[in-house]
Design a protein around this ligand. Structure first.
Ligand code: ZN
Length: 454
């Protein structure tokens, strides 16, 4: 009887198996370092000894207790604090971690800060970024590292989405599936416990994040979607872990908080990246806003081949505007920058995004929800029509928006279909409402011309 009980207890702690990954740990390091260099260039990194050495110390404490089966000798763990107010943190493949000042300010205890860091660290040691990239399309993988920062600070060339779709390719390193989230929660709770923290603080931190009103709240959660019952399974795992004397001494934490209060308040990520004259784009090059004077679409088509992802034919008087996560085709006068964001008033954006559902309808809902979050004036979809997209079963929906450039109503048409690996391929057509009739056929021709090479 006793023996069986003992066996059950031993078996109780959840074992996490890292997902399949076609990259090597050395690839993680390489990709992570590229993205890290870009992050350091684009984001306001705090150069404040008191703050950075505190976070660094916490990080080292967690790294010191990574379970032996998840240690990767080539990984280099670094910890930096970003001076922005959004509640967020992210870690890159191979070890670089960035914690927003807003995250430290929102936490109520050191254990809560440690919990977010342990969660991020778990994504790194379980190699979730490259595991996720392993599932991405070929087109995505080539561009992932460079697109990471676009995904962090939002906005990329040609996107109609003011704050970035968060559907970009770079998001592969930053937005995780619910299963990876659950893994990072459980592994993170083990690391916390091994470092002497009560893993229940992780559940508390998620509550704190969810409760925080304002613009900062959803950011971490959109990158780390709640797998459901987060609080319950973390609490259950915590009971199995038996941390006898959890760290309660938070003097270091209190000191850092007091120190932060004396500094000028942290700007938003948007303010910070704008103030630095970098706009919202990785390349930082600035363009005038669209003039809105646009020639009608030529009836002649020109064919473009996009990597080994797809081929498409568009009016011959449209230009190709490659972006980090999508490609846009638009006529002269229809594209440019407005308020630091890339926008277009006429044309199409094409891209592919990962999705977890492998269900076209749900994936399209998610894509549109993501568009809406950056375009507050976007109407709800009128409903979905079954149409052929790239000669496959697809969906079309039509919405209205108000152009951020002209202030005039515009019509947005979204076409989606599934790729063989389950990713969603999308086409977003944009035209002013009063000339939409002239563009509708063009969008249809473009969508009909697409050949997916998956
Ligand atoms: Zn996560």
């Amino acid at each position: 009887m006793n023996k069986l009980l003992f066996a059950l207890l031993l078996a109780a702690q959840t074992t996490i198996t890292p997902p399949d990954n076609k990259y090597s740990p050395a690839d993680d390091v390489k990709l992570g370092l590229q993205a890290k260099a870009e992050a350091e260039q684009q984001l306001p990194i705090m150069r404040d000894d008191e703050v950075t050495s505190y976070v660094e110390g916490l990080g080292r404490r967690l790294v010191g207790v990574i379970p032996s089966n998840l240690r990767h000798p080539e990984f280099r763990y670094t910890f930096e604090v970003v001076n922005v107010r959004e509640i967020n943190a992210f870690a890159l493949p191979g070890g670089p971690m960035f914690v927003n000042r807003g995250m430290i300010e929102a936490a109520r205890t050191e254990g809560e800060v440690a919990s977010v860091m342990a969660h991020e660290l778990s994504h790194v040691v379980l190699r979730h970024g490259t595991a996720q990239a392993s599932k991405a399309t070929k087109y995505e993988i080539g561009q992932i590292a460079g697109a990471v920062i676009g995904a962090i600070i939002g906005g990329d060339l040609g996107s109609i989405v003011a704050q970035g779709t968060q559907f970009g390719l770079g998001a592969a390193f930053l937005r995780f599936s619910r299963e990876y989230e659950r893994q990072a929660d459980i592994e993170g709770s083990h690391i916390m416990a091994a470092a002497g923290y009560d893993p229940r603080e992780m559940a508390n931190m998620f509550k704190t994040i969810a409760k925080q009103g304002g613009s900062g709240a959803p950011q971490w959660l959109s990158d780390h979607p709640d797998p459901g019952n987060r609080e319950q399974y973390i609490t259950r795992e915590a009971q199995l872990l038996h941390v006898d004397n959890p760290v309660r001494d938070t003097r270091g934490f209190e000191q850092v908080r007091a120190h932060l209060k004396q500094l000028p308040p942290a700007p938003t990520t948007e303010q910070a990246t704008k103030n630095a004259g970098r706009g919202g784009r990785p390349s930082g090059q600035s363009q005038p806003p669209p003039t809105g004077r646009v020639a009608p679409p030529s009836s002649q088509l020109k064919t473009y081949t996009e990597g080994d992802l797809f081929r498409v034919s568009v009016p011959s008087n449209w230009r190709e505007l490659p972006g980090s996560s999508a490609v846009t085709f638009a006529p002269d006068g229809a594209y440019g920058q407005s308020n630091g964001q890339s926008v277009f008033t006429h044309g199409v954006e094409l891209g592919a995004t990962r999705n977890e559902t492998h269900d076209l309808r749900t994936a399209t809902d998610e894509l549109i929800a993501s568009l809406s979050s950056g375009n507050p004036n976007l109407s709800r979809p009128s409903g979905y029509e079954n149409v052929s997209v790239a000669r496959r079963k697809g969906l079309r929906t039509t919405m209205s928006n108000r152009s951020e450039v002209t202030g005039q109503p515009e019509t947005i048409q979204v076409f989606t279909t599934l790729m063989r690996d389950g990713s969603v391929f999308y086409v977003i057509g944009v035209a002013p409402r009063d000339s939409f009739r002239d563009y509708q056929n063009t969008f249809q021709r473009i969508v009909g011309s697409i050949q997916l090479m998956d």
